[in-house]
Design a protein around this ligand. Structure first.
Ligand SMILES: [Zn+2]
Length: 559
């Protein structure tokens, strides 16, 4: 009998304390409540303990921390943990967030801070707040990028290169099932609320995390949900024509194709195509990528007449853009500047090769990472087509110099001797290009720094380069999965090669993705195909690459 009375009493007390906690705080003795919390949580009675914890915290907050203990934030963390263990998602998330914003949070270990963030993301997801969880997950992805961002062909990266830490990527992977639950692939997830800046920040994070999930073979559904939500936010906040909206659409549409939502993919491609047509005019060769994507979905849907009409339109655009006379006028000059020369292990440069038109990058207002006197701070002028490499690099850097991400030139020209020294210094590690196989000796490659360290795939300015570099005549030499570098991860997001605008456009439109050197080696073939429209015949594969390989096997070197 007595036991039952005590039980009833404590339930009653709990009920009263819940309702009284926020109205009568000034009358509460926080120290006494804390002792209760301590005793109960010490006995692992967490669900009973939390009310006392809440009361003491609220009382200390009410008293403006006059009598607050020195370890208030540690106590807040203990209360948050107790809520977390008791499955009180909202209260746990609330207290964890307060722990991280408290001035004393600097005392937390990095490991603890990561775990708190992981829990907040988990709790947000259980509360349906995928937007907030995505912001945390995007932060983890940045950390994963920090840990793995190394270099392959520079001397100074060797010191910076940390051991790759996959744990942050694994954390993000662990959220995937919950994202699928909260954000279904059809975009019917809960509406995200908040101010404009908050919504745009959420859209950026969702795009980043969605793009990451899209890379996994079984990540399509999680990617679709996140990207659909991000696209919706960007479309509402920025309009359908904004480049960020287009960026998300171009990530989302191929995912829709992968999961057989063809009419959704078609809708997005149409939207992007129309936006680009409005912005660039209907005869701009830059449209051909979007035409090709849209025609591809029509073909998958069996709408061959519509696909053929689009392809005809594209052939005409190409004939106008790469027309024979225009091409002939540029061809010899392109070659004389070796602007299109491939350089890799397969296409070697002579040890004595020195470009004749090296200029100091500083003369063109290009921000530098090193002293202007250093050899690497020079690049080729490579003037043709009414412009030059330094002019275009300067414009590209200006176009992608985003707030908080300062871009600078880390490495341009490198002589054969410098490359040899670097290679010898790094002997046995196999991550520095052999002398004679580096585009830096050609003087047409640039390594770009963001805030004085190598540009990373997770940088916003990298996304900008990915979208815009070709418009300034640059292509990415070492895309993910390339076979040029003898390294575990040959992807070099910081290394960009100048080939001129026309060739960069052609590579983007019909080039063999991931094989820029083969593309350059077979350039005349691709130019012919652009004029004839032959590349539209998917069944026949990439004839230019096949011809090149046959040539190489016969021992004929193109360079
Ligand atoms: Zn490089």
């Amino acid at each position: 009998m007595r036991g039952r009375n005590v039980l009833a009493w404590s339930f009653g007390f709990l009920a009263i304390s819940y309702s009284a906690a926020f109205t009568l705080v000034s009358r509460v003795d926080p120290d006494a409540s804390w002792s209760r919390f301590d005793a109960l949580s010490g006995g692992e009675h967490f669900s009973r303990a939390v009310a006392f914890g809440d009361r003491s915290l609220a009382a200390w907050d009410e008293q403006q921390k006059e009598s607050a203990p020195d370890d208030l934030n540690a106590r807040r963390l203990a209360v948050a943990d107790a809520h977390y263990t008791s499955d009180n998602a909202a209260s746990a998330a609330f207290h964890y967030a307060a722990v991280l914003t408290d001035a004393a949070s600097s005392e937390l270990t990095d490991q603890r801070r990561v775990e708190i963030n992981r829990r907040i993301a988990e709790l947000d997801l259980s509360l349906g707040r995928a937007d907030r969880a995505a912001v945390i997950a995007a932060g983890f992805l940045e950390r994963a990028g920090d840990a793995t961002a190394g270099g392959h062909d520079d001397e100074d990266h060797l010191a910076e290169h940390e051991k790759a830490d996959d744990s942050f990527a694994e954390l993000v992977d662990s959220f995937r099932p919950a994202f699928v639950d909260v954000l279904p692939a059809d975009g019917s997830g809960p509406k995200v609320l908040g101010g404009r800046l908050e919504l745009l920040r959420a859209a950026e994070a969702m795009t980043k995390v969605g793009g990451y999930y899209a890379l996994a073979s079984d990540g399509a559904y999680a990617a679709a949900g996140l990207l659909a939500a991000a696209h919706d936010l960007r479309e509402t906040q920025l309009g359908p024509d904004h480049e960020d909206t287009v960026q998300t659409a171009l990530l989302l549409a191929p995912i829709y194709e992968r999961i057989d939502r063809l009419s959704d993919a078609e809708h997005l491609y149409e939207q992007v195509f129309q936006a680009q047509e409005r912005a660039k005019g209907s005869n701009n060769p830059e449209l051909s990528l979007y035409i090709r994507l849209l025609a591809g979905v029509y073909e998958k849907q069996g709408r061959l007449t519509e696909a053929e009409a689009l392809n005809r339109h594209m052939r005409q655009i190409f004939r106008d853009a790469f027309g024979a006379r225009r091409y002939a006028a540029n061809r010899s000059r392109d070659r004389s500047f070796e602007i299109n020369r491939p350089v890799s292990g397969q296409f070697r440069l002579d040890g004595k090769y020195v470009p004749k038109d090296l200029v100091p990058a500083v003369d063109f207002g290009i921000p530098l990472s090193k002293s202007p006197r250093v050899e690497e701070m020079r690049i080729r002028r490579a003037a043709f087509d009414g412009t030059s490499l330094p002019e275009q690099l300067s414009l590209l850097i200006k176009a992608c110099n985003l707030e908080g991400e300062r871009l600078s030139l880390r490495s341009g020209y490198r002589s054969h001797a410098t490359q040899s020294t670097l290679h010898d210094l790094n002997n046995g590690k196999g991550t520095v290009a052999h002398p004679g196989t580096s585009e830096h000796q050609l003087g047409l490659a640039v390594d770009i720094d963001v805030n004085r360290r190598f540009m990373r795939a997770t940088d916003r300015s990298y996304s900008c380069f990915e979208t815009k570099a070709w418009q300034f005549g640059f292509i990415l030499s070492f895309p993910p999965g390339n076979t040029y570098l003898d390294a575990e991860d040959p992807y070099e997001p910081w290394h960009w090669r100048y080939v001129g605008k026309r060739t960069a456009l052609l590579y983007r439109e019909i080039g063999p993705w991931g094989q820029p050197q083969e593309f350059l080696a077979a350039l005349p073939c691709y130019e012919e195909r652009a004029l004839s429209g032959l590349f539209l015949d998917r069944e026949r594969g990439d004839i230019c690459i096949e011809q090149l390989q046959a040539q190489l096997e016969q021992g004929g070197r193109d360079t």
